[in-house]
Design a protein around this ligand. Structure first.
Ligand code: FES
Length: 435
């Protein structure tokens, strides 16, 4: 039987009616699925997914007060995020021999990584167990024994206290109870080192991160035996979240990509083949919350770029470049220059954006970056727990055994005269550590 014009019009009208009905029903039901509600902790308007406890934030339309420069938000980030999240710090190729160390300051937590005499790379709080002065004073170095310059307490590369002048004679003083505070680390098969400052049992290292990272490293030719080429820490006047959300990173990496290819690229023939096959040679992966890693495949190079907060408005930017195989000295020099100049440009751009953000503060804004939303989710969750607890929860705080012996030895030291500068003014003995 043939289809007439009338039949066609009738069936079109039915389809139209059905579509209008569906749209009407969706319009009626959708607001109930995603009803915004005002969050009590941050005062922000959030939409939470329906199958969780209300802690997972899927969309935020308002920026919480102080998000970009508030001291209280920064302090909360220290407790809620940096004290209990796995943070990428370095690659094992940065620690060539036993005693090689590197110091970091992550959100006001001074830590250092050191390769032990047993070849294991460990992380420690960079705090002397005597009166909390810094143990490593340089950013990088190598030493089998790390001596505190104030009163001579010395630690070996596994963090063990080996010398404590004036305390050795105190009856019952136990050196083994005064080792450096160790920090949890996780080393991936590709030699990437993460730390977690939680002094209790930290969350397991994410298996999804591990497998994605493993795929990235395979593609980037990043291995435990890769070579560290160059690295530097620069500082910028902006809140770390502005840098870490990667708004300017695309320009930065494509600039680097082009210039690295000039410095250390494949043959012109290979370049031609790649441009014909249009195979992408730049890959990137974000390591929440501070780091991005990039692979410059056409040059067999891999870059790690981290934004470590120093305060609510200052950030330390650390970059490290790794190569699959050894790189000659003139090339290292050229690559360092390229990296330094590109990173300085990047910092300048982020600082400008930060100033713009601050000038607009108070007007409505949007947090629509996945990482940013995750940060907000963690802060909210921690705030909720602190409310239940009735006080601050400080996951990174160590509570060393308070000790009469310690105080007795301190008195003895004071009698001898310790020679430290402003020791009474700056005294932050282990018992008084407050994070
Ligand atoms: S020996 Fe380190 S603070 Fe006294």
């Amino acid at each position: 039987m043939g289809t007439t014009d009338a039949d066609f019009l009738t069936s079109s009208a039915s389809i139209l009616v059905a579509l209008v009905t569906i749209i009407f029903l969706l319009h009626r039901t959708w607001p109930h699925l995603s009803q915004p509600k005002v969050d009590e902790v941050t005062g922000s308007t959030v939409i939470t997914s329906s199958n969780d406890s209300g802690l997972t934030v899927s969309k935020v339309s308002d920026i919480p007060e102080g998000w970009w420069n508030g001291r209280k938000v920064f302090e909360l980030e220290r407790r809620a995020l940096f004290s209990q999240t796995w943070l990428y710090l370095a690659h094992c190729s940065q620690f060539q021999k036993p005693g090689s160390y590197q110091s970091f300051d992550v959100a006001g937590f001074p830590v250092f990584l050191i390769r032990g005499k047993d070849d294991k790379i460990r992380a420690f709080h960079n705090i002397c167990r005597h009166r909390a002065y810094a143990i490593t004073r340089k950013e990088t170095g190598a030493s089998a024994i790390l001596g505190c310059r104030y009163h001579g307490w010395s630690y070996d590369s596994t963090g063990r206290l080996v010398k404590a002048p004036h305390f050795d004679d105190v009856p019952g003083f136990d050196k083994s109870q005064n080792s450096l505070f160790e920090v949890h680390t996780h080393n991936t098969d590709q030699g990437m080192i993460f730390m977690n400052l939680n002094c209790g049992e930290p969350a397991a290292f994410g298996s999804e991160v591990a497998s994605t990272l493993s795929g990235f490293a395979r593609m980037a030719s990043l291995e435990a035996k890769s070579t560290w080429v160059a690295g530097q820490t620069l500082s910028g006047g902006f809140n770390w979240k502005v840098g870490a959300r990667a708004r300017h990173l695309e320009v930065y990496t494509s600039q680097l990509h082009r210039r690295m290819s000039e410095v250390s690229g494949p043959s012109p023939v290979m370049n031609l083949v790649r441009s014909v096959t249009r195979k992408s040679t730049l890959e990137e992966y974000s390591l929440f919350p501070t780091t991005h890693v990039y692979s410059f495949r056409n040059a067999d190079l891999c870059l790690a770029l981290s934004f470590f907060p120093a305060s609510e408005s200052k950030t330390n930017i650390r970059f490290d470049l790794f190569a699959r195989s050894a790189v000659n000295e003139p090339e290292i020099q050229k690559m360092s220059e390229v990296l330094q100049s590109a990173t300085k440009n990047l910092i300048g751009e982020i600082e400008l954006e930060y100033q713009y953000i601050l000038s607009k503060q108070g007007s409505s804004g949007e947090l629509n970056n996945t990482d940013t939303l995750q940060i907000l989710g963690q802060l909210k969750e921690h705030t909720k727990l602190e409310r239940i607890e009735g006080g601050q929860i400080l996951p990174a705080m160590h509570n060393p055994e308070g000790s009469t012996l310690f105080q007795r030895a301190e008195q003895q030291l004071d009698c001898v005269g310790d020679g430290s500068q402003n020791s009474s003014q700056n005294d932050t003995s282990p018992n008084a550590l407050d994070w």
